[in-house]
Design a protein around this ligand. Structure first.
Ligand code: G6Q
Length: 545
């Protein structure tokens, strides 16, 4: 366990505190007026992504103090330890090596004395062969019909990445295949996802690192019954089910031949697994070549993060800016607004990536973190979001730093829509930064009585991330950008970004309550009075008692 000084005890943190006080209410109009070249200087580029962070509440001094904080916290050494495969997930005593998943064949990365790169590429090659067979119709259902539907069953890290990537890369996908994602234990999820599908043409990908997760196993058993009953043959499982897991024994027990299982390893965290075999549904959709392009994009960003100086390192800069607002401005949340409807699930994906990784109240030494850690992450695609909650960002009382993500070339042939979309993104960043003053409103002839209501203060910070086109490669870079951004934050806060003990408690309690809901006899309830009454009402209304 790592004790060492708390982040708040570092010299850089103290200097940042003073700097923040000195900055007071100075804002973006002033910063841009005093430094007209700021828009060209406060930018960084890497792995196909361009980051304009000039519309942040920072000066050159802020940046150098933040970089100083990263150095004092040992960001570079921690980063190198992660890439080397050291067991930096200390509470689970595991290496953190999602970066190995996208390393080229020629690389060599050792975990417990074994080079894992050949194993990774062996799985990728098997995924490639399988995907090709399904996509070109050589893999058939048990009645000889071609597979037309792929249903991924998985939850959390075994769902959010695959669904996000499928939607993001839909323009690259095989349109003759339908993709569905079932995650929730709510039966409606399975029923709605499958109600119009022919079991004879449907392939289930059961994605679960542990192969014990209640939701996934319940849905997988329902799927097995759905297929076997409809097709009237037990051997249907072999042709209609494949598994992605680290648990051979459980996969076999479920009835899936391990020849149809695609493995990964305990050093891949669930929320960091969309580029492992958990991405099988992505590969089935976009094909092996596009999948490998996506991995190349991840790898480009890994290399950028690993080798660029912190001053021009995209993930490091973004992570440090999050710390700046979170710990020195009291910002509680941050918004992710992709100006690309294909990225509609990207905010949800990042919600898990960031909040499960950095929602921690104990540091690596087991001490209570007496400072704020991970912010609340939320967001929706622009321009929809503008017509919904942007009002609060512009004129509300809360500071919400936002990342706006856009592309220079569209994937849709409706070219003329794209300029309108991007005009909105640039305009929002401008309006959030500079607002509208009473004087400007008066000059425009706004009636006096409306002025206080129409004034926008500005100083709402944004990062603008711009790339040429939302390709598989760029999606890989974008996801890796946020992975390393989250890592940077975790290093500053001295927390373990790779465990998730908080998720366990709810699981255990649900296991205890289930028999109290399903039993025929009214159970003796030993919970608090609220939980007892809720269970009683539930049983009465569903007709059990
Ligand atoms: C991610 C979490 C969690 C996990 C799911 C599914 O980092 O650990 O979201 O991915 O609970 O777990 P399985 O893949 O084991 O079913």
């Amino acid at each position: 366990m790592t004790d060492g000084p708390r982040p708040t005890e570092t010299q850089a943190w103290q200097a940042l505190k003073i700097h923040r006080e000195e900055m007071g209410g100075a804002g973006l109009r002033q910063f841009f007026a005093e430094d007209p070249g700021r828009g060209e200087r406060f930018c960084a580029e890497g792995a196909g992504l361009f980051l304009d962070y000039s519309k942040n509440l920072i000066t050159g001094k802020t940046l150098s103090l933040l970089v100083g904080l990263a150095r004092e916290r040992g960001l570079e050494a921690r980063r190198d330890a992660m890439f080397r495969g050291e067991k930096i997930n200390v509470t689970e005593n595991r290496a953190v090596l999602h970066t190995a998943l996208r390393a080229p064949r020629s690389a060599s990365i050792m975990v417990d004395g074994r080079d894992v790169v050949p194993d990774i590429h062996a799985v990728l090659d098997r995924m490639t062969d399988f995907s090709d067979r399904v996509r070109d119709g050589r893999w058939l259902g048990c009645t000889g019909k071609r597979i037309k539907n792929v249903v991924n069953i998985g939850i959390g890290g075994s769902y959010l990445g695959p669904e996000m990537a499928y939607l993001a890369l839909r323009p690259f996908s095989r349109r003759t295949l339908n993709f569905r994602f079932v995650s929730n234990v709510d039966g409606a999820d399975f029923t709605e996802a499958t109600q119009d599908l022919d079991p004879a043409e449907t392939l289930f990908v059961i994605s679960s690192k542990t192969f014990t997760t209640l939701e996934t196993m319940t849905n997988a058993l329902t799927a097995r019954q759905w297929v076997v009953e409809a097709l009237g043959r037990k051997d249907a499982v072999a042709a209609h089910f494949v598994a992605v897991s680290t648990n051979d024994a459980k996969v076999r027990q479920f009835g899936i031949d391990t020849a149809n299982m695609f493995g990964f390893w305990d050093w891949v965290g669930g929320r960091y697994s969309m580029d492992s075999a958990i991405g099988l549904s992505t590969m089935l959709a976009v094909g092996p070549e596009n999948f490998r392009d996506m991995l190349a994009g991840f790898h480009d960003m890994d290399e950028h993060f690993r080798t660029s100086p912190l001053e021009s390192n995209l993930p490091a800069i973004m992570g440090l800016l999050t710390v700046w607002y979170n710990n020195f401005f009291g910002a509680q949340t941050m918004g992710i607004m992709p100006y690309a409807s294909c990225l509609k699930r990207f905010p949800a994906y990042l919600q898990q990536l960031q909040m499960e990784s950095n929602g921690k109240h104990v540091d690596l030494g087991g001490r209570f973190a007496d400072y704020q850690t991970g912010p609340i992450i939320w967001g929706e695609p622009g321009t929809d979001a503008q017509h919904s909650f942007y009002q609060l960002i512009h004129q509300g009382t809360k500071l919400i730093p936002c990342d706006l993500i856009g592309f220079c070339r569209p994937l849709s042939p409706l070219d003329h829509h794209h300029d309108l979309l991007m005009a909105n993104m640039f305009a929002q960043a401008e309006a959030l930064a500079f607002g509208k003053t009473a004087e400007e409103l008066a000059a425009e002839g706004s009636p006096d009585f409306q002025t206080p209501f129409r004034v926008c203060e500005g100083n709402r910070p944004t990062n603008v991330i711009l790339a040429e086109r939302l390709t598989p490669k760029i999606l890989g870079s974008l996801v890796a950008l946020y992975e390393h951004n989250v890592f940077t934050q975790g290093v500053i806060w001295n927390i373990d970004s790779f465990d998730q003990w908080g998720v366990e408690l709810g699981k255990v309690l649900a296991g205890r309550i289930t028999p109290e809901l399903t039993g025929a006899q009214a159970p003796k309830l030993g919970h608090d009075s609220s939980t007892n009454a809720l269970i009683g009402r539930y049983r009465r209304l569903k007709g059990s008692d």
